[in-house]
Design a protein around this ligand. Structure first.
Ligand code: ADP
Length: 453
């Protein structure tokens, strides 16, 4: 099959050249994920201890933030009852203390920066400089070995050290993840599907609080970087976004002056003011990565409601609507590369040309399938273990439409002076893990592209 051959050669090329990539700056969100698998009896006992009257009404309507234990338990019940994910900020110290006492089964690296640092630095051995808002011992222990660095200031100098050598004793930013399976029963609720409720005991990441080293020494940090990936802006609101955005734009101007290409990982941003502000600064970025829901949410604030609707109407997502939306976004903002990923295929629109754009998408698709298949990818050699995962059948109709509409050949077409690159993905039927898979796709493709170019 032509795609199998393209996959193999793309993987070999990236593996051969990824060692040549210089330091990648990753900012801003890193936290600790503490995973608790809920137990129905335990949860009922806890609700009764607080008093059902204090708790149950939150199962119908989520509070805006969590100010007491009753609201925490009620919000967990809301997620179970609706089978929906939700994430709320936990404001009260006593509730944070309660969650700590309740405990967890598993600790994981959290935040897009943390996840990408462990993938790029810990798996691909690409050196990274990470922004970690708070470096506690627990946070530091979740970083893999490898060329992963944080800036440390002292004696008027800035050094790069592994997070464990930073010897930080700062706060723990913990996101408590309460997971339940489909059919999970508590009182007379039954979960219609598996999902999770997240209570964030974290004053730093939701507000994009930046470290002093990044305020005071950003020029020096930027001098060491060859590429940048920005993420973590999705939690900002119309109330608190101005200050971090000012600092973000300052960082981007410094990076742009040094011609460091920067990618924005666009996670779903609830607040429309912030979403608009992100579209307004997109021209400072070289590249942006997003899925269909995120692209539709951008079309909404750009006044393209019809296109937004089309992006969410079909399965697989209509590739012509995606291409049109990417063209509008590129023309409106001047961003040079847009990487779209959905279940079954990826597309990239670039204002430059070459097979390496498609080959980087193929590498990313293999990395995503390896992650889904193995759960943990330990080295770049693990990535090739996904070659036996079948190429998505449904992507054939997508490819046919792109061939008919744009004359696409071997995944590459030219439209209005842009190049459109397409890749059918490999889908793992029973994935071991899909946590952070979007981050795996976007960072592998972005860094892979620069390895090849
Ligand atoms: P998240 O925020 O959970 O990372 P995203 O929507 O950003 O979610 O990324 C999910 C992407 O992961 C999908 O677009 C799809 O391409 C890929 N994906 C999901 N499930 C699988 C799977 N079982 N096998 C391979 N790829 C998958």
């Amino acid at each position: 099959m032509v795609w199998d051959a393209l996959y193999s050669s793309a993987f070999e090329s990236v593996r051969g050249r990824i060692g040549g990539v210089g330091k990648v700056l990753l900012a801003y969100n890193t936290n600790i994920d503490a995973i608790k698998y809920l137990d129905g009896n335990d949860l009922e006992r806890r609700v009764e201890a607080v008093g059902k009257d204090e708790v149950l009404h939150y199962a119908d309507e989520l509070p805006r933030r969590i100010e007491n234990v009753g609201q925490l338990l009620g919000s967990i019940l809301w997620s179970i009852k609706h089978g929906k994910a939700a994430e709320l900020f936990v404001e009260s110290c006593s509730t944070r203390f309660y969650m700590k006492g309740w405990g967890w089964e598993e600790l994981r690296m959290g935040g897009q920066v943390g996840i990408m640092a462990n993938l790029l630095g810990g798996v691909y051995s690409v050196p990274v400089i990470a922004h970690v808002p708070q470096l506690s011992r627990l946070q530091a222990s979740l970083f893999k070995d490898g060329p992963i660095y944080v800036p440390k200031a002292g004696d008027g100098k800035l050094r790069l050290v592994h997070p464990r050598d930073f010897a930080g004793d700062e706060e723990n930013c913990i996101h408590y993840i309460y997971e339940f399976p489909r059919g999970f029963g508590v009182f007379d609720f039954e979960a219609p599907r598996e999902n999770r409720f997240i209570g964030s005991a974290d004053d730093y990441n939701p507000n994009v609080v930046m470290r002093p080293e990044f305020h005071e020494h950003f020029e020096e940090i930027a001098e060491k970087a060859e590429l940048g990936i920005i993420s973590g802006l999705q939690t900002l609101t119309g109330k608190n976004y101005r200050e971090p955005f000012e600092e973000l734009v300052r960082h981007l101007e410094i990076l742009n002056a040094r011609e460091v290409p920067v990618h924005l990982e666009f996670a779903f941003t609830q607040d429309e003011t912030v979403r608009r502000a992100l579209v307004d600064v997109l021209g400072h970025f070289h590249s942006v990565g997003l899925n269909e829901v995120e692209l539709a949410s951008i079309m909404e604030v750009m006044g393209e409601k019809g296109l937004a609707g089309k992006l969410l109407a079909d399965d697989p997502v209509d590739p012509i609507a995606v291409t049109e939306a990417m063209l509008r976004l590129a023309e409106r903002t001047g961003v040079k590369r847009i990487h779209f990923h959905t279940y079954g295929y990826y597309l990239a629109l670039t204002d430059y040309k070459g097979d390496f754009v498609r080959d980087a998408l193929l590498f990313a698709a293999l990395a995503a399938a390896a992650k889904a298949k193995l759960g943990d990818v330990r080295s770049i050699d693990d990535v090739v273990k996904a070659m036996d995962v079948p190429v998505n059948e449904k992507a054939k109709t997508v490819e046919k439409r792109l061939t008919g509409e744009y004359g696409m050949k071997n995944g590459i077409a030219e439209i209005d002076g842009y190049q459109l690159s397409f890749t059918p993905t490999r889908i793992v039927a029973r994935p071991k893990s899909t946590v952070g898979i979007g981050d795996t796709i976007s960072s592998s493709a972005f860094v892979g592209e620069f390895a090849l170019h």
